[in-house]
Design a protein around this ligand. Sequence first.
Ligand code: HEC
Ligand code: HEC
Length: 215
Amino acid sequence: MKTWITIIFCGLLISTHASAGIVEEKGCGSCHRLHPEDTEKSFTAPDLYYAGNKFQPKWLKQFLRNPEVIRPAGFITDSGLSQTENLSKHPSFTKDEANALADNLMDFKISKPSPIASEPLSKGLRSKIKYQFERTFGCISCHQSLNLAGKVRGGISGPSLVNAGNRLQAEWVSDWLNTPEAYMVKGRMPRYKMDPTTLGQFTQFIMTLKKEKIK
Ligand code: HEC
Ligand code: HEC
């Protein structure tokens, strides 16, 4: 009887250990914050503890095989230092590893962002929001985006939004614009008070930004 209990107990220990997951095993936590409660340490890369809320799995798989630069001016740490060193040489992985990492990352979730109410934009409405994105709100002073000719333009103090429609989840974008403090205590992006309709339209607009449209 006692031996059985010991065997079962050891089995449980092994399975708990295995569930730590490939993201922890591969040492991603040396640069990225993987647990929200890890606020003591300063990290040199973006937080990943809500990766399952933020990213599209297909993009993650692609990025981990073939990393691209998202923050051309570097990642700004909690203490305000710019970290540019690792941008162009992000660790890359084989197809199988990338898929396993991405699947594991999709389990990293915090509160569930609320579904967005808005429909995809008509052509006319898209032009209107594009104007607001560029002129009224000046989002492109900090973010790269695509102009009408399909050319990359815009500032580099924020993450590039050129491929946001393939990279980010719509619900997360909407939640970020509405309550950035849920994801970042000391965010550097101005807080916009958008009414729910504008918020939905901006989210839909951001989801139309795709790399395939670069000319
Ligand atoms: C040596 C430090 C370092 C290690 C180790 C590292 N990363 Fe990164 N990672 C970065 C930096 C810096 C960026 C920001 C790149 C950019 O914005 O262009 C980044 C970006 C990312 C992004 C995009 C995040 C976002 O918000 O745009 C993902 C996803 C990611 N890393 C996953 C991983 C995974 C999974 C691992 C482990 C297998 C890992 N990283 C290991 C430094 C690292
Ligand atoms: C003053 C510069 C600035 C302006 C203006 C600005 N942002 Fe940002 N934005 C940032 C920074 C910086 C971040 C990254 C988070 C951080 O470091 O605080 C960010 C993050 C984002 C993200 C998340 C991207 C990611 O990959 O994490 C989205 C989406 C976004 N901004 C959309 C917008 C929209 C839409 C507007 C206009 C309504 C806008 N931003 C205006 C600086 C700016």
